[in-house]
Design a protein around this ligand. Sequence first.
Ligand SMILES: [Zn+2]
Length: 430
Amino acid sequence: MPDKLIAEIENRRDALIALTQDLVRIPTQNPPGDNYLEICEYLANRLKKSGFQIEMVRAHGAPGDSDTYPRWNVVARREGNSLGECVHFNSHIDVVEVGRGWTTDPFGGALIDGKIYGRGTCDMKGGLAASIIAAEAFLAVTPTFSGAIEISGTADEESGGFGGVAYLAEKGFFSPSRVQHVIIPEPLNKDQICLGHRGVWWAEIETHGEIAHGSMPFLGDCAVRHMGAVMHEMERSLFPALAQKRTEMPVVPEGARQSTMNINSIHGGEPVQPEGYTGLPSPCVPDSCKMVIDRRFLIEENIDDVQQEIHQVLQTVQSQRPDFRYDIREIQRVLPTMTDKSAPVVQTVAQAIGQVLGRDPRYVVSPGSFDQKHIDRIGQLSNCIAYGPGILDLAHKPDEYVAVDDMIDSAKVMALALHQLLCPTAQTLD
Ligand SMILES: [Zn+2]
């Protein structure tokens, strides 16, 4: 056990707390994408001090990018003394809206009983801070190493990552010739290694009708009733079939170890009037009804079959309702991904968890997707995991926090992983 490296992390407890607090105090809510430049500049200034070379990358033209809300990313790289592999820590800098129910200041970063509170502490500024402290400690005790360390802070993970990791991957930042190991410090608990995520298929279904006076609905055709028939058929045939599909992927929580579908929204007829409108609705037969579905699928499933199931529902309804007309439009697709347990980054982090926590890691898969999807698909790099401090259940909730001890432990794991991957001659540190 490289005791010197472990001690170096322990010595940086106050620095880790201060860094996490600083990051939380830069409010980076997304949408709309506040203060991305500010947080990237903060990270750049910090990492420059440890000899990192900085690249600031604005995702020009990405969804959400504008002069008011520019999509800034920072990529920092520290070269070693000889050629070798590159270990990349990728964290998203954005946080979700605050929401209601807070008893602490969401951007205060208060330290109470060993926990730092605030929006983004757990998801995932705590993980970002832990990876920076791990790299700084590693550099302080390792005069020579081979390869390189990269740390990136990227935009928009919470809204799909198109102005963040996807953009960087398109520009080659995650190509296998540049980066060989990727660790994403999302809050998956300090003793768990997240190998991947389920697939996503979002679509909008629209049923069509004919507008008419509401007092004579027989003169029109009600699109909402058609949608009701679609929902009925989903309840009858689709949901029971999805519940039967089980996966070998170790998805947590357990309930997500099957295919699922959520109906995100449904709307038909007259638009909702603005708050404060005191008039009555008008009597019309709705000529359109739209539903957005969110289908999560398994590595054992094929995207074509996933789509076909929905088409089958619509065709069944069509065979029963002569006037039934519909459109379906894909909104988003993400294929499932799962890094092999024998991949070097998995093996290395597993060993480091054993050294720091004295137990074997638990391997998990995320029910929802995160930036790994872009690294995998655009970057073509499969040696990627999510590993970081924090309890996933606290993400996006009021009074979100991260425990300082958990950050310290995962910083130790990250630092040991750096040592393992970048010091092939196994320098003795103790
Ligand atoms: Zn996150």
